[in-house]
Design a protein around this ligand. Structure first.
Ligand code: APR
Length: 256
């Protein structure tokens, strides 16, 4: 089936749905220049994530993250949203999407204008002192690391600063449970750019009434999807915007 036919089917699903949630993963941001995790050039081919990004490693050897993990975070800060992020924001504004659950820490949904964003793996806007919970902006953390303060410590209490991203072994943010409720109350969940290999976020596709997936390559929930679009997210959402506009849906926001 060609892309246009599939995107028309996706438009039908969106227009029939009373409430739609979107779940995104690293694949939505590759077209913004950020590598995904499990692809051939993914981040995980460069470091051992279960060690470098593990909560326990951070407690006992925080320098491991600051030496091996932090340098990989730079491109995420500089990246800009692509067509898929922007169209999803437009769909929210038009009332066709209720909210976005993301596994990404890049903040690109907010940069694109999405308002209801649940960041399941945290973000890179700030860091928190593990001793007294004092919060500093990411730029300050980066400055300290660049100045050779590894691990960066809070001047007042001596506690180590940890980025406000969720590491392996960390609990998920409490709004994970809100997400479960929102998804189970939805008529449609659209997954974009995730292999759905990581739990518990990959539990969400089990909760929705209908599931559509836009992903290059297989995902763990393909068997449950009423529609699978195997295409680049940017192309798929650019086409979706065109199809919806052709059907008279008013989508404002940034041009794709
Ligand atoms: N358009 C659509 N799909 C894409 C694109 C693209 N432009 N680029 C890559 N993909 C697909 C890949 O083929 C892959 O199937 O996106 C998927 C990304 O999957 P992962 O790399 O596993 O990323 P994700 O599902 O977000 O990983 C979840 O794993 O290690 C943790 O915390 C990390 O949040 C991350 C979590």
């Amino acid at each position: 089936m060609d892309l246009v036919k599939k995107i028309n089917d996706l438009a039908d699903l969106l227009l029939e749905s009373g409430k739609t949630m979107v779940l995104t993963g690293a694949g939505i941001s590759t077209e913004s220049g950020i590598p995904d995790f499990r692809g051939p050039d993914g981040l995980w081919s460069k470091v051992d994530p279960m060690y470098v990004f593990h909560a326990e490693t951070f407690i006992y050897r925080p320098e491991v993250f600051y030496e091996a993990g932090m340098p990989l975070m730079g491109p995420l800060q500089a990246a800009q949203p692509n067509a898929a992020h922007r169209v999803i924001a437009d769909l929210e504004e038009a009332g066709l999407v209720w909210g976005v659950v993301t596994q990404n820490v890049d903040g690109l949904h907010q940069k694109a204008g999405s308002k209801n964003v649940f960041e399941m793996h945290g973000h890179l806007r700030s860091a928190t002192c593990l001793k007294c919970r004092h919060v500093i902006p990411w730029d300050r953390l980066a400055e300290m690391v660049a100045a050779g303060e590894i691990p960066p410590r809070h001047q007042d209490c001596g506690g180590v600063f940890k980025p406000d991203a969720v590491f392996f072994g960390d609990p998920l943010p409490p709004d994970f449970y809100d997400c479960c409720r929102e998804v189970s109350e939805s008529d449609l969940l659209v997954v974009v750019g995730s292999s759905l290999e990581v739990s518990p976020v990959n539990y969400l596709p089990q909760l929705c009434k209908r599931l559509a997936i836009v992903n290059m390559g297989p995902t763990m929930a393909d068997y449950r999807a009423v529609l699978k679009v195997d295409a680049k997210a940017g192309e798929a959402f650019t086409e979706l915007k065109r199809v919806l506009q052709e059907r008279g849906v008013r989508l404002s926001g940034s041009a794709v």
